[in-house]
Design a protein around this ligand. Sequence first.
Ligand code: NAD
Ligand code: ZN
Length: 359
Amino acid sequence: PELHVELAARRYPIHIESGLLRRRIAALAQAPERMLIVTDDNVGPLYADALKQAIGRPDCPVWRMPAGEAEKTLARFGELLEHMAERGLTRDARVLALGGGVIGDLAGFAAACYMRGIAFVQIPTTLLAMVDSSVGGKTAVDLPAGKNLVGAFHQPQAVYIDPDVLATLPEREFRAGLAEVLKYGAIADARFFGWLEDNAEALLARDAAELEGAILLSCRHKADIVARDETEQGDRALLNFGHTFGHALEVLLDYGTLLHGEAVAIGMQLAADFSVELGHADIGDSQRLRALLNRFGLPTALPTGLGADAVVAKMRLDKKAAAGRLRLILWRGVGKAFIAGDVDAGALTAFLAAQSAGN
Ligand code: NAD
Ligand code: ZN
């Protein structure tokens, strides 16, 4: 199938097709521009050759970096830019981001900055990148002080998704991606949430039909929200459900212990439970959320040893928090997230303190 992301200035396609990397990608094969494949040390050896074949350029240069969130740094970003300059890439060159969200975010940000912006294409290879990070044009690197603190909006020219590459994705990474799939159901689509409950086993078994269905629906939700609110003035913030909590956990644990999707899983559950405590949602809904997250093998409890004050301090720094107040995505139940503009930091601290005492 093919979807489109409709922006004010232009539209771009999302192609979802199993076996796509084993065939010729005509739109890329016919383009005359120079290209640079950007990937990491896990994905490169697995799929860079296939991509070169698919674009009809066996000699396409490849730039590789070590894998992992801890590598999404200004230093790597700088290395990539210098490499692009050494290769003599000009404004009409294209970057092909082949990998998970780390590569997509970093390569996309380099494309956004090199010569004030060159074109790039997303070829996501993790479930998380397929359903979330490759679509929508947010690019960034991390600082030690916080996640994604330096970045730009830079939309890709196109997104090419071959679900077949998920066959080699480690189980833990796969499950972390399911957190972002579930997120769309939790924030905006109760029917999809029910479908995920009914098809959890098939998804965990990576059955092709169910997997493709989940990717397609997730991309459709993402494309819709981005089309309505490209630069996050309003609705797009709903996609941050669980993320203000999650980013704080990722930073406090030094990006090493929890995968992004795992941190988001805990964050969604905290947001749901906090919403119950504030009287916005029913406990039955938060129990449904916990049950599905746990079925996907995802964590839902605040990691031990984190102080409530430290978590809230990091949440304040998260760029989604407007000056002085705490802006959070809260919940009215399955399919119904909302933006809470003025959350009381004291109540939040007390809630988190009770959570960590309960662990
Ligand atoms: P990742 O890029 O680190 O990939 C996870 C691991 O899987 C890596 O070790 C990678 O080498 C390996 N891998 C990737 N594809 C593989 C495959 N097909 N087979 C075998 N191994 C494979 O992590 P991720 O979960 O894809 O992305 C997380 C990042 O995405 C975070 O930095 C997060 O902030 C970002 N993100 C961005 C957005 C956005 O809108 N830009 C949205 C959500 C998340
Ligand atoms: Zn995320």
